[in-house]
Every structure is written in C-alpha cells, then in structure tokens.
Design a protein around this ligand. Sequence first.
Ligand code: PLP
Length: 463
Amino acid sequence: MTIWTPDLSGDGPRYRQIARAIADAIDSGALATGEKLPPQRRLAHALGVTPGTVTRAYAEAEKAGRVVARVGSGTYVAEPGTQDFTQIRVDRGTSDVIDLGLALPPPLAVRDSGFARALSAMPADATLCATALDYQPPDGMARHRTVYAEWMTALGLPVAADELIVNLGGMNGIFAALSACLQHGERIAAERLTYPGLISVAAQLGLKTVPLAHDGDGLDVDALAARHARQPFSALYVMPEHQNPTTTRLSEERRAALVDFARAHDVWLIEDTVQFLPEAERGTPLYRLAPERTILLFSISKMLGGGLRSGVMRVPPVLHARVETVIRNVSWMPPPLIVGLVCRWITSGDADAVLAAQWDELAERRRMTHEALPGIDVATRAGGFFAWIRLPPGQRAAATATRLAAQGVRVTAAESFCLGSEAAPQALRLCFSAAPDRAELVRALAIVNQTIASPPAGAWQTI
Ligand SMILES: Cc1ncc(COP(=O)(O)O)c(C=O)c1O
C-alpha cells in the first residue's frame, strides 16, 4: 500500500519541513479531516530520515492544532480549529507556536520566588515525616482545611473548615461532584458552551447532558423549568462568576431565580469558581444562597500553579460522606506533602502577593488585547485569563483558528466548548494569560488582528 509521502522542500530542519508539508497537504485537501497519517517509522523510511525526526514533526503539527495523536492508535488530521480535551498536552516553550489555547497563568517571578520560599520553609524533621509519609483522612488534614477556610474567607468566600474537602484541583472536584451527585444514565445540565473538562467527565461517567441557553447575563434561568420538564436533570453545573469561555457573569436576579428553581425541582448545583476573579468582579456565591444543595469548586491551579494539583470543594453536609468516598476511591486522600506546601505558601502571605501581581499582569495584558484588536467584538473581565472574540459576519471560527495556527498562533474555536449538537457560534477563545511574555503577546495579537481584518476572498465551496 502506498502511503502519503510529502516532497520536502524549503529551508530549515527536516522536522519543520515535514510539519509544513502536513499543513500544506491539509490546506490543499490532500489530507482530509479525520484521515490517519502514516505510521512514523514507515514515513521515516520513505523520507530517509530518522523516526525521531518524524516524531518531532508530528508533535509540531499537533502543537499547531493540525493533527491529534491518539494513544495506541496513531496520528489523525484534526477537526479544524478545535481542541480535543482528551488530547491536550501542555508543553510551554518547546515549539515556535504561541499557544493561547489553554488557560494557563502568566509566568511571574513572584510566583517562582514564593514557591522557592515555601519549599525551603518545609521542616526536614520528624513532624514532616509523620505527616507526609502517613495516610491521612480522605477529606484532608484538619489543619490544612483550616488554612484553606481562612484564606477563602479572606478572599470573599466565607467557609468553615468542616465544610471543606481538600482535593486534587478543579478536575478532581468536577469528577468527585458528578460522581457523588449522579448515577450512571442520569442527566447533568450545563451552559451550552461550557468547560470541556465537564463534558469529558460526564461522558466518562455515562451521564446524559442537557445543554442550557445562556446570554450576556449568564444562564437563561427562565428557560430552565421548561427544559427540566422535557429532560429532567438531577444536577446543574454552572460558572456564575466568569463563564468559561464566554466571560459572562450571572446576574444577581438570575442567581436568586436559579436557586428557587433548584429548590423547587430538587436539583444539585455545582458552582465552579476555578477561573477566580477579584472580589469586585464577583456576585453572591450560589453556595451562600443555597448552602444545602450547592457544591463549590475552588482550585489553586490558576493562582499558584496547576502542577501542584491542589484545591478544595465546599460540600453540603449531606454529601460529605459520598464525596469522601469518591476521593478515597480515586487517591485515598490528597497528598499531605503538597497540601502542606500550599498551606505554607498561603500562611506566609506570599500566595496573596502572587495573586496581586497576577491581577496586575492580567490587567495590562487585557488592555493590550483590546488595544491590539480595535473594531473587533472582544469580551474580557478584570482578572480573567481569556478573551472571547465574536468574529465579524461571514467569518467562520474553525477556519479562522486554522489560519491562525498556520501562522503560529493557537486559539480555540467555540466548537470545543459545545455541549450537545447545536451549531457553535462563530467565536474564538484567546488566552492572553498564556503568552510567555508581553512581547510574544503583542506579536500574536498583531497576527490575530491581521487575520480577522483580512479574511480570504469568498470562494464557492459547493454548488
Ligand atoms: C472552569 C474550570 N474548571 C475546572 C478547571 C480545572 O482545574 P484544575 O486545573 O485545577 O484541575 C479549569 C481549568 O482550566 C477550568 O477552567
């Protein structure tokens, strides 16, 4: 059988030539969406290069969003402009692509120094051994829960230590909340555009999903009762403060109505505040309005660092034992060494300094984003990581994301956030937080502006 074999030409290392040839073949239609690329060894043999060169080329094409690698199966041409949640790999700084596709915190010196101080403050003595090497309670150590509770309260999320369950961050919280509230085959409702991690966990747990309408004021609460009558759901996942990806905030009026609805229909509320904003940007938390039925998800991933894998969930007392069971089944408990480190970072005051510096940096990046994209419909929030860009009429999100990827800038088309089968809006999420520095952000934004300002001349796709 013949395999797709590109003619390599142009300058630069072979792996880049191959990656470029893949992009050209996709653009020209020689490689179709969903088509499998040749096995790496066979292509290497056909081209007379080492298998490592092809591996690197495929990784480059993947980073540019052109292909996806499926473990044990091979590499396939990606759906244009979308990001498959199960295939996400974070590899900052290892390629030429400016990746604004993932909501990563901006690099900050104050974060690195705070981390180093917290590490060096860890006592190398018997107390640490006794804590860190031993099994601890599944909901976390009492003193760690107290530190988290005091910090959250100071940040404007008043909680008591015994309401908290320490976990492994936001994803772990979503998994634990859905597992505790729902049985296989039951329905979970969420905004029609939502965090892809929620979609992935729901699929894994065999849950049915109910996409809900939302607009500039957040979830359309008026439509909820009718939707519930047609497709009753047991839990509702929502991001009231900073909707990911659309940046909206749920109005106070709708919060009250949402709580009334949840009480009337006995629905659990899962309130995700992982994309954490300054207090002035937030409304009344749902768990304050309906403490008996709301799980709050809080993570330090977007504050101190995603690598720490630490967060907490505030859980109604009736669900505490069920959530504990999930945590025990997944990891027995949160790792006391990591949680202890995070707590030191918090109690030293250095965590607050990171947050303040991050909000300053984000304010500047936000300003730069609006300045660089004049005349384009760009929504952002103070303290947020990303912009939601609604494309001018006539432009398609997936095609625009693909054109951007070809120029070395990665963003995410709305399609990746879609729950259900309704058409996605023609919009892109651009995480200005993720640029390695401001200069790279300026470079990327200029490309985005130019790409949106000059769409390709209309061409008949069909007759
Ligand atoms: C809304 C939302 N929830 C949860 C998560 C997952 O958080 P973590 O990285 O702590 O697992 C993210 C990550 O981007 C997110 O945006």
